[in-house]
Design a protein around this ligand. Sequence first.
Ligand SMILES: [Zn+2]
Length: 104
Amino acid sequence: MNILPEPAPSAQQTRQRLAHPSWCIRTDCAENGEHVSRWHSVNPDRPQLVEIDLRLSRGIVRPAPTWIELAARVGSDRHVYELSRAQTAALKHVLGALLAEIRA
Ligand SMILES: [Zn+2]
């Protein structure tokens, strides 16, 4: 008996089988190996020295954690940092506390 190996799935087959999270923008997830949301700008109405954008990201291989990507741009320099959920929760808490101190 001759058993042939299963052919590797094509990129299109992989794309069709992916279960995207509700927040995924569904753009090239299979090719990039991750689901991502749209970027959320946290830049108020006037120009900032540091422009910050945030989005969600999760690897396509399960189980995969979801993390927050923080992009910081100064002039033409842009760096993207990956923050865990725990870091994001701690950041939210610290920023809230610092804002409360400013208002006091
Ligand atoms: Zn996706």
